[in-house]
Structures are given as structure tokens and as C-alpha cells.
Design a protein around this ligand. Structure first.
Ligand SMILES: [Zn+2]
Ligand SMILES: [Zn+2]
Length: 665
């Protein structure tokens, strides 16, 4: 018998082996086998089984598979399809794609520890009318079409989770399983107790930071059906359920669903694919749904449900916009970050009352802007509608997507003010600056540089929760649902950094982030205030936040713009990133490839191929990076252009990373 296998190496092709049925038993696709590969042995996934000897050049003798891994670890048909689709769509080597779905070291067999059955009676919380109506609608729609995709839209505190829980109970009663995806690992632990109490079922937490042994045990118990509910981060989309009845993607808009390295998949999108394959319902929950999802609702592909009332009794925080152009600013030579006196007073007030403060800043400091201090205007690229980045050394503005350049303007194009200023750096020093400006501040910082491990993240959060500090400075990480009852003051240092981030999703993301940031202030009995500092307070996103403009208009405008410029959800957006340590040679080669590609594509290239341009983070670890973007109209176009680019990079011997639907710059 003969098999084709996928090897966990960065190779796109499959490999042929022979196997002896009397020695290894029957082999099926999805089984794991050990095969000799090069000088070592590797565990490989069987893709095809055949009685026919493959057509190979005569010199090549087929090697034999040496053993079969216990079939407990075999990849189920459903996950097999998911990985295959993921590998094609995200342009990731097939063997490596499969091995995200397999527990670590499957060749070392572990015994499953017997665990006590833990089936507490479910904790019953009565749904309000609106929630009950949503639940009834879900049941009715699933009755009509079993693989309905639902968008459950509801503000923070409207009780989306209770709706998931009640519907999950019904699925569990049918003896099927439930998979719940949440955006941040730190959140899964918090949700575990809540779900266990509510469902009366043992729940497995699933994320990449679990120890190998535990991961393996859980993997097998989920596959056997001993665990029926998994709450997990993005990798849980590959959990090997055999009888899945429902998937939930909470905070579906969250960008952490996109894996940003190696296998660059979008877990929400793969979950939707998996639900469709299995013909089961999926619920996407959000207070601020992604435009991709909204567009699918408008096309009639997804079914939208609204929760408009607040379920919890927590008071809404008061949001205050503070203009950095008009308000008195703190004056201190050592402080570069603009702070309104008002904002510092509010923080000091909270500290003096023994309460806590959160200070939010946008993560990446490597984009520089030139901004009008009077009205917040910033130069945008005419082709891409993306904020232009300031390159200090040449003192020019550039679009990091298409590469368009222009000189730094002398005055603002909107209000003609000459008060233009550079922005973007200096956030690293925020901690020191706040120490100077605030009395009795005990400050903790939470960002990607500081928090390198899951353990460290939990440590920082616990310290803050235990009131060991009264100020927490952080990035996007701190807006994700952590509950800190003593936080009464939240400060957004510079909203312009969010609103004008050089990305076509900047406005959408700013809205999502600010809504979440606002949700952090004022828990339990203490009312909270949210202070948003910025230069451009007329921005539509801030108007929506203040309830002065409708979200509907904003969404319509955004979608119109995206359609006109061929951005998602109206195209498949892909980034080709080329890297090398010799910058001059890299530039020549990338230009050569793109000239050739432009010629091949003809007219289509004008609207859909952009670049090459220097990556926002142009130089990293001695390597230089150039980006090229393509907006494909169809899947076929995405695949054919990607194949072409990959081939060119191979010939030019340049490192290439393909990122389909990229979320970061
Ligand atoms: Zn551009
Ligand atoms: Zn201006």
C-alpha cells in the first residue's frame, strides 16, 4: 500500500511512502505515521492512501513508513478539511498547518488521568425579555437553516453571555458539544468558572500557553467526548470535537483572532468555515461588530440579533473629551507627552480617594505623524486613504502601503494653521512622566515588551487587582474585559494615535477600542469617568462615542470608501513581505519582481497591486523589509497571484512572508 503524507516542515509538497498493512494495520487519511525523512524520523499526517504505486523516477526507491501513531491522535475528517482549507487560503505549508491541530509529541503516548465527574446542577439566571427573544429567534432560525451564522450585537453589559449559555444548554441536552472562542487567554480563566456554574458541565480551557502534558490529555478527552465544552483562544478552533453542535465567537471583531506569525489564520473566519462544513449554527458576538461581519449581514448571509438594553445594573461611565488644542496643558520640561491639567487632576483625584486609574496608549510607537495642533488634521495618501507616515531622516511623508511620497507641508490643509507637530514617539517614557506628575502613584505597565509570558501577564493583573498599584499603563491588552472594581478613572492619552493609525481599518478599530476602553471605568458601586485627550475631537468615531452621531452613517461611509478602494470586505487583501539583510540588493530584486508582475497583470495592477514600499517597521534584527499589497477580487486571483509571487521570490532567493487578510502593519 502507498501513502502521500504531509511533513511538518516549511514545504508545500507531499511525500510518498510505502507501508506494510500486515505490520501497521489499516491506514486512513488523517492518521499520523512515523516516517524516515532526511536523516531523522518525523511524525507525518496521511493525506492519501492508495493501492497504486506512485509514478516516480526510476532512481528513487520508496521508503517505508515505520510505525503508526495510536489512532486516538488521528485527525478527524472535519479538522482535516479545516487545515487543508486554512493552508490553501493563508498560503501556509500544508504539513505545518496540520500540526497546529495535533497535540504536542503525539509519538509519546500519555495515559489519560481519570478525573472525577463534576456535574453540578446548572446555575439558573433568568433571561430578560430581550434576551429571551434573541434565544427564541436563534432556535427558530436554526430550525429553518441549521448552519445559520448569527451576529449577536449588544453593548457591554447587555448580557450576550447569558444568551450563549442558555443556547449552549440546549445543545448539550442533545448530547452535542460546544466550542466558545474568546479573544484573550487571560479571559478564558475568568470565564471558566462562570460557564461551569451556568452549564453544570466540566469545561476545558484551551490555549497555546498550556503545558504539553495537559494539552495532550485535554486533546484526547475532547476527542473522546469526555469533555463537551471548550472555552479557548484562537487555537481552540482546531479542538478535535467529534460531535460539535454549536460554536460561539465572542468579541468577533477582536484582532487577536488573527494569528500574527507562522500560520497566519483568522480564527473567526476558520470557525465560520468549520460551522458550514459541519452544518451547525455559529454565534458571533460583539458590541462593535467588524465591517466584514456587518457587510455579510447586509448581503443576507448572516442573521443579525440586537440586544439594546443593559442587563447588568452597573452604571455607565461618563465620557469626557478633552481638547489638547484648547485646554490648559501641564507644563514640565521633562514631560513630552501632552497632558491636560484636567486629566492629571482627575487621575490625582482617583488616587487620593484610594481608587485606581488606567492609562491607555496605542501600542506601537514606531509610526511618526505630522499633525495639526489646532484641528488634528493629518495628511492622507490620495490612493489609499491611509495616514502618511513621517520619515524624519529625509523629512518627508510617505504612504507605507503604496509608497507615495511628498514633502512635509508648511501648514495645515484644513485650517491653514502653521502649528504642525510630530507625534508618535515618547510613549515609552510615559511611566516616568506620570511619576513626576502624580503624587503617591504606584505604577504598573502592561504592554507587549514588558509582558513576555502568560504568567507575567497574570502577575501584573493580579498585582493591580490586589491594589498593590494604583495606576496601570497599558495598550490594547488592558481593554479586554478584565474586571477591576476599583478603577474609576480611565485616560486615553492621545486618541489621534488610534484614529489616524496608518491602516485602512483605523477608524473601525478606534471605535472598537474606545468602546472597550470606556467599558473599563466604573464597576460595581463606584461611578467612573473616561477622559479622552486629543487634537481632532470632531472625528466621527468620537461623535458616535458621545452619542452625537449615528453609527449607521459611519458604517455606511466606511463601507462606501472600502468598496471604492477595493479594501475588505470587498476584496481579499494580501501582503507580501520581502526580507533580506542587504538593503540595496533587496530593493533591486523587489523592484524587478514587481515590474515583471505589473507587466503580467496588465491593467488590473493599476488598481489592485500596491508597492513596493518600506514596511512600517523597516528594519528589524538586521533585516530590511519591503511590502507589496494586492487586493484580489476572487479567491482564484488570490491563489494565482500568490503562487506567482512565491515562485519569483524563490528564484530571486528572497525571504517572503505571505499574510492573507493582514491585521497588523
Ligand atoms: Zn498610498
Ligand atoms: Zn489644522
Amino acid at each position: 500500500m502507498y501513502i502521500k503524507v504531509a511533513i511538518p516542515r516549511p514545504i508545500d509538497s507531499l511525500f510518498d511512502y510505502e507501508y506494510d498493512e500486515t505490520e501497521l494495520g489499516t491506514i486512513q487519511r488523517g492518521d499520523l505515521v512515523q516516517v524516515p525523512f532526511g536523516r531523522s524520523r518525523v511524525v507525518a499526517c496521511v493525506m492519501e492512501v492508495s493501492e497504486q504505486k506512485p509514478n516516480l523516477p526510476e532512481k528513487i526507491t520508496l521508503k517505508k513508513a515505520t510505525s503508526k501513531i495510536d489512532s486516538e491522535f488521528s485527525i478527524t475528517e472535519d479538522i482535516f478539511k479545516l487545515c487543508k482549507f486554512g493552508s490553501e487560503y493563508y498560503q501556509y505549508p500544508i504539513g505545518e498547518a496540520f500540526f497546529v491541530a495535533v497535540p504536542p509529541k503525539p509519538e509519546t503516548f500519555l495515559k489519560t488521568r481519570a478525573e472525577k465527574k463534576h456535574e453540578a446542577p446548572p446555575f439558573v439566571k433568568k433571561l430578560n425579555e430581550e434576551q429571551q427573544a434573541a434565544l427564541d429567534t436563534i432556535e427558530a432560525e436554526v430550525g429553518k437553516r441549521s448552519n445559520t451564522v448569527f451576529l449577536l450585537e449588544g453593548i457591554t453589559g447587555s448580557g450576550k453571555t447569558e444568551v450563549y449559555i442558555e443556547y449552549a444548554k440546549k445543545i448539550l441536552e442533545q448530547n452535542k458539544s460546544v466550542l466558545i472562542l474568546v479573544p484573550e487567554i487571560a479571559l478564558t480563566a475568568q470565564l471558566k468558572d462562570r460557564f461551569e456554574a451556568a452549564l453544570g458541565h466540566k469545561i476545558a480551557l484551551w490555549h497555546s500557553a498550556l503545558a504539553d502534558g495537559l494539552r495532550q490529555t485535554q486533546w484526547r478527552r475532547v476527542k473522546k467526548g469526555e469533555i463537551k465544552v471548550v472555552v479557548g483562544a484562537r487555537s481552540a478552533v482546531f479542538a478535535p470535537f467529534q460531535n460539535l453542535g454549536l460554536m460561539v465567537v465572542d468579541e468577533e471583531h477582536d484582532q487577536t483572532y488573527k494569528q500574527e506569525e507562522r500560520f497566519r489564520y483568522q480564527a473567526r473566519d476558520l470557525a465560520i468555515y468549520r460551522a458550514r462544513q459541519l452544518n451547525i449554527p455559529i454565534i458571533l458576538g460583539s458590541a462593535t461588530p467588524s465591517l466584514e461581519t456587518i457587510q455579510r449581514v447586509r448581503e443576507g448571509k448572516y442573521f443579525q440579533l440586537h440586544l439594546k438594553n443593559r442587563f447588568s445594573t452597573r452604571p455607565l461611565p461618563e465620557i469626557k473629551l478633552v481638547s489638547l488644542s484648547d485646554e490648559a496643558l501641564v507644563f514640565n520640561e521633562k514631560v513630552k507627552t501632552p497632558f491636560a491639567v484636567k486629566a492629571i487632576e482627575a487621575m490625582q483625584g482617583a488616587i487620593d480617594r484610594g481608587e485606581q486609574v488606567m492609562v491607555f496608549l496605542n501600542r506601537r510607537g514606531f509610526s511618526q505623524f505630522i499633525l495639526c495642533k489646532d484641528c488634528g488634521w493629518i495628511k492622507k495618501c490620495e490612493n489609499c486613504s491611509i495616514s502618511m507616515t513621517h520619515y524624519q531622516r529625509k523629512n518627508e511623508l510617505r504612504c507605507h502601503v503604496c509608497g507615495t511620497k511628498c514633502p512635509v507641508p508648511d501648514n495645515c490643509e484644513t485650517c491653514h494653521s502653521h502649528e504642525l507637530t510630530g507625534m508618535g514617539s515618547g510613549t515609552e517614557s510615559l511611566e516616568d512622566e506620570l511619576r513626576l506628575l502624580l503624587r503617591d502613584a504606584k505604577i504598573l505597565r502592561l504592554d507587549r515588551d514588558q509582558v513576555t509570558s502568560q504568567k507575567r501577564l497574570e502577575e501584573v493583573l493580579n498585582q493591580f487587582k490586589n491594589l498593590e498599584a494604583n495606576v496601570l499603563i497599558g495598550t490594547q491588552m488592558l481593554v479586554k474585559g478584565h474586571d477591576f472594581p476599583k478603577v474609576t478613572c480611565v485616560v486615553v492619552v492621545l486618541a489621534d494615535m488610534l484614529l489616524k493609525w496608518p491602516d485602512f481599518r483605523a477608524s473601525e478599530r478606534a471605535l472598537q477600542t474606545l468602546v472597550q476602553v470606556a467599558g473599563r471605568a466604573g464597576r460595581a458601586e463606584l461611578p467612573g469617568e473616561v477622559i479622552i485627550q486629543g487634537y481632532d475631537l470632531e472625528h466621527p468615531v468620537l461623535k458616535i462615542l458621545m452619542g452625537e452621531e449615528s453609527k449607521e452613517d459611519f458604517i455606511n461611509n466606511e463601507l462606501e470608501l472600502r468598496q471604492a478602494l477595493h479594501y475588505p470586505p470587498f476584496s481579499r487583501f494580501v501582503r507580501y513581505r520581502f526580507e533580506a539583510n542587504d538593503v540595496d540588493l533587496l530593493k533591486i530584486k523587489v523592484n524587478r519582481m514587481m515590474d515583471a508582475l505589473r507587466l503580467e497583470l496588465g491593467k488590473v495592477a493599476e488598481e489592485r497591486l500596491m508597492g513596493p514600499s518600506e514596511a512600517l517597521l523597516f528594519r528589524a534584527n538586521q533585516f530590511y523589509r519591503f511590502d507589496v499589497y494586492y487586493k484580489a477580487a476572487t479567491l482564484d486571483e488570490l491563489f494565482s497571484v500568490s503562487r506567482r509571487v512565491k515562485k519569483m521570490a524563490l528564484i530571486e532567493e528572497i525571504d517572503l512572508t505571505v499574510d492573507v487578510d493582514p491585521y497588523s502593519s
